[in-house]
Design a protein. Structure first.
Length: 74
């Protein structure tokens, strides 16, 4: 049985995407203005949500490529 592990890039981009998602939700909820003036703008929250989606999709590429390589080798 082979030891499977997640690609490091997948873990990194997922962590960054989750961080961006949390910041985006905080900014859209209106709590961000108390933390930093840039988070008071609604556009910042939307931009952070779009960034989170892009980071999740970027992290999915190495995971899909690894799965395809494992299937091809089997």
């Amino acid at each position: 049985m082979k030891h499977r592990h997640w690609p490091l890039t997948f873990i990194t981009f997922t962590f960054l995407g989750t961080t961006s998602l949390i910041i985006g939700i905080v900014a859209l909820a209106g709590i961000g203005g108390d933390l930093h003036p840039l988070l008071a703008d609604e556009g910042t929250g939307i931009a952070m949500l779009v960034t989170a989606i892009a980071l999740y999709l970027t992290g999915a590429f190495p995971l899909v490529l690894r799965r395809l390589a494992e299937q091809e080798g089997a």
